[in-house]
Write a protein that binds this ligand. Structure first.
Ligand SMILES: [Fe+2]
Length: 395
């Protein structure tokens, strides 16, 4: 339907048909163009004109069009060829180590009041994205199985990697994935301004110490606000990643849609990595147990469906999970079978009596035991058995 509206009500995406009154002194002037930007009206319409005709039938959702164009381009190019997990782990480990060194330097510089530039991290985030497109299990596996010492830094890299994996699952564009990876990498940068005795305290924090610790969100925002050209959604993720959907979070107690788009992703993977990481005051939770707990909190803590998406993307049995099989043996999930979510590939490392056996990989899609399909009996927490899975996984 063609209708007349004041120029002041024009919005990007509207299709401008004409302006004028159709009289001799003020004839209709044909425009026949969509408004492509806030400022483009000035190019089409003289300042003296106060009303224009628009066609509601052609109202372009430019953002949707841009998203579709990006997806179409990716589909045209086709997904990059998938690389076997063991090969990709070697590649992504180099990126991971480089990012770890960068994160340490960045936070040390912040501590010492030296200038910092987030843009140096962009090639590393691009390296993570490229790896995730070649084999997304590699980054996820490295996050969970490699043993690195310093939690504050490894956590930042893990959150960046896991956020990119979840973002890819949500079909974000590569440009958005880059911003998301940066948001993950810097989400805890404010911890550089938290006293070390509080940051690394082995026991429970007192109320006062907890208040100081909570300040890392605002401190991080201040640090990153000084970076030129940083996207608002990245800043929001740094400030808001401890906000909770029901408003119980900090620092502002924001609720629901007031929480930023990247923040919703970063906060899910932040909690997952914290739960599944070993700290001086707690053991790591098994991935399936952590996902189960997050599923229970999904309505209160997280944006709707974000936990469900994360579970889908990590798999029912995330790579790196320690499991007991129906023949009594024990192993580590080492790869998934997309066609059989409950029947991944398992690296068997221990027998039924927890004695070491020659490592072998079994594919639960085909493996049998006593005439029946070999299956996963239960997920175990390696911490309960004092087992260092990385020793076996990378053997
Ligand atoms: Fe944090």
């Amino acid at each position: 339907m063609i209708r007349k509206i004041p120029v002041a009500e024009l919005k990007v995406g509207m299709y401008v048909v004409k302006y004028g009154e159709g009289t001799y002194t003020n004839p209709f002037i044909s425009v026949e163009k969509p408004l492509l930007s806030e400022t483009s009206a000035a190019k089409y319409i003289p300042p003296s004109v106060s009303e224009v005709f628009i066609d509601d039938a052609i109202n372009l959702d430019l953002k949707a069009l841009a998203r579709q164009a990006a997806l179409a381009q990716e589909e045209e190019e086709g997904p990059p060829p998938q690389v076997p997990l063991t090969d990709e782990i070697v590649v992504v480990e180099k990126v991971y180590n480089e990012a770890l060194g960068y994160a340490k330097n960045f936070m040390d510089s912040v501590r010492q009041g030296k200038p910092v530039d987030y843009r140096e991290a962009v090639p590393m985030v691009d390296g993570v994205i490229a790896s995730v497109f070649r084999n997304e299990r590699a980054g996820a596996t490295l996050c969970k199985l490699r043993r690195f010492d310093e939690y504050t830094y490894t956590h930042c890299i893990n959150v960046s990697v896991l956020a990119v994996i979840l973002g890819k699952h949500l079909r974000l564009s590569k440009k958005a994935l880059r911003m998301l990876g940066i948001a993950g990498l810097f989400h805890d940068v404010g911890k550089a301004r938290i006293p070390e005795d509080i940051l690394n305290k082995p026991g429970r924090l007192s109320d006062r110490e907890f208040k100081v610790m909570q300040g890392h969100t605002l401190e991080g925002f201040k640090i990153m606000q000084e970076q030129k050209g940083l996207h608002q959604e990245i800043l929001r993720a740094v400030l808001q990643h401890h906000e909770r959907y029901d408003g119980r979070g900090y620092p502002q107690g924001l609720k629901g849609p007031d929480i930023g788009k990247f923040t919703r992703i970063v906060s899910v993977v932040d909690v997952y990595d914290a739960l599944t990481s070993k700290r001086v005051y707690k053991d790591a939770l098994a991935p399936t147990r952590a996902l189960g707990m997050m599923y229970q909190w999904r309505l209160s803590d997280f944006y709707p469906n974000s936990v469900e998406h994360f579970i889908k993307c990590m798999g029912v049995y995330p790579v790196g999970s320690f499991v007991k099989l129906s023949d009594g043996s024990h192993g580590i999930i080492c790869d998934d079978n997309p066609a059989y979510l409950l029947r991944p590939r398992v690296k068997v490392i221990l027998d039924a009596q927890m004695r070491q056996v020659p490592i072998r990989v079994v594919d639960l899609a085909t493996a049998q035991h006593e005439g029946q399909a070999l299956r996963i009996e239960e997920c175990l927490n390696p911490a309960d058995y004092r087992i260092d899975l990385s020793r076996y996984f990378f053997a």
